[in-house]
Design a protein around this ligand. Structure first.
Ligand code: HSE
Length: 391
């Protein structure tokens, strides 16, 4: 495309950042023609004539050939993106919930309408994971992707460990810094990370797994004793997202779980709002992508990169295929489970117990969960029980 005329949806932290950069860099050949916002009465740092609160002012504008969608509401975003693609407009989006929920439908629409639909900013902020999986790792045989994909929880866990900050204060700081979602439950319960690992899994392995089928536990059940245990053993606790294939190419694990990581290894040293992804492949062995995963400028950098990719007509090709409704059998997971003495803990969830420690105020069991329970065990939902995996 020679010239991009953009309709921007959302003027929050990232939307305003994009507006500023594009107004300063006229040489990029991209102009923002209209900005759709929800509240027309708010004062904003841009000419009032740019703003509208009617989505159709943008959707029906034939000059506009690119929609940049940066709003919070995933349902509204889905309608906007579908309407835009049906009108022949390309789309850049950062909306991981919308993408993870409607991934196949959105891909189908972009193909049907012959438009680009790019979303690097939806996964790991500034880290270019999607484009690398699409292009660079196209022919390599990928085996696993694992890493830290949520900046807020990594920031919270890092601050709790190194600066002895309480969970509540660390979460407040993550909100103030613009890392957390407007509903931070999505971060701390691992839901945001589950959206991201679902999107990554499609680009890495050509398999679409719904977010509800990602094995998931967030960081809200972790207790002081767990951090103490980690310290004694030379570990740090990280919220790790994983997607792993076995040697037959079948998915055996897609999860977001608190995990013990050796404190000196690559992921152990990925702190604060940084994200880090290990990419395992049969030829290249292991590679690491690292960068800021949250915040105004890191996220804006990924949106800008997508905008400029659209200028030269770039599209994801999904070369590894798109297999929907993928059923998978989970492998056993080795984990540490801690709980208070009042809890009548059902030890039969383990197929094998390696270690058990019971004293007055603290109890933990280390063992392998039964594979058939890994995908639907209530342990993941029970807030009174800490569950931390071994890597
Ligand atoms: N809340 C998200 C995070 C923002 O903390 O990673 C970036 O996707």
């Amino acid at each position: 495309m020679e010239k991009l005329t953009i309709g921007l949806f959302g003027f929050g932290v990232v939307g305003e950042g994009i507006y500023k950069v594009l107004s300063q860099k006229q040489n990029l050949g991209c102009t923002i023609k209209k900005i759709a916002i929800k509240n027309p009465n708010k004062n904003r740092n841009a000419p009032a004539s740019l703003f509208t609160n009617k989505a159709n002012d943008i959707i029906n504008d034939e000059d506009i050939n690119l929609i940049v969608e940066l709003i919070d509401d995933a349902d509204a975003a889905f309608n906007i993106v579908c309407d835009a693609m049906n009108k022949g407009k390309s789309v850049v989006s950062a909306n991981k919930k919308m993408i993870a929920t409607h991934h196949l439908k959105l891909i189908e629409l972009s193909k049907k309408n012959n438009v680009s639909f790019l979303y690097e900013a939806a996964v790991c902020g500034s880290v270019p994971i999607i484009r690398n999986l699409e292009e660079y790792f196209d022919n390599d045989l990928l085996i696993y992707i694992q890493g830290i994909v949520n900046g807020s929880t990594n920031y919270i866990l890092s601050k709790m460990k190194t600066d002895n900050v309480s969970y509540e204060n660390a979460l407040s700081a993550a909100k103030e810094n613009g890392f957390a979602e407007s509903d931070p439950t999505l971060d701390v319960e691992g839901i945001d990370a589950a959206y991201k690992i679902s999107i990554i899994t499609l680009h890495a392995f050509g398999k679409y797994i719904k977010t509800k089928d990602v094995i998931r536990k967030g960081i809200t059940s972790l207790k002081e004793n767990d951090f103490q245990y980690a310290k004694e053993k030379g570990f740090v606790i990280k919220l790790i997202a994983k997607s792993i294939l076995n040697k037959n190419g079948d998915l055996i694990n897609i999860s977001v779980l608190p995990t013990f990581i050796e404190k000196d290894n690559t992921l152990g040293n990925t702190n604060n709002e940084f994200n880090g992804l290990l990419i395992g492949s049969s030829l290249a062995d292991e590679q690491f992508l690292y960068g800021k995963g949250a915040g105004r400028y890191p996220t804006s950098s990924a949106v800008l990169s997508d905008i400029s990719a659209i200028k030269y007509g770039y599209r994801y090709e999904y070369k590894k295929g798109i297999k929907s409704n993928t059923q998978y059998s989970a492998d056993s997971v080795k984990c540490y489970i801690s709980f208070n003495r009042e809890i009548a803990f059902d030890r039969s969830v383990f197929e094998k117990i390696n270690e058990e420690y019971l004293c007055e105020d603290k109890r933990y069991i280390i063992g392998h969960l039964k594979p058939e329970l890994v995908k639907d065990t209530q342990l993941f939902e029970d807030k009174r029980i800490s569950l931390i995996c071994f890597n």
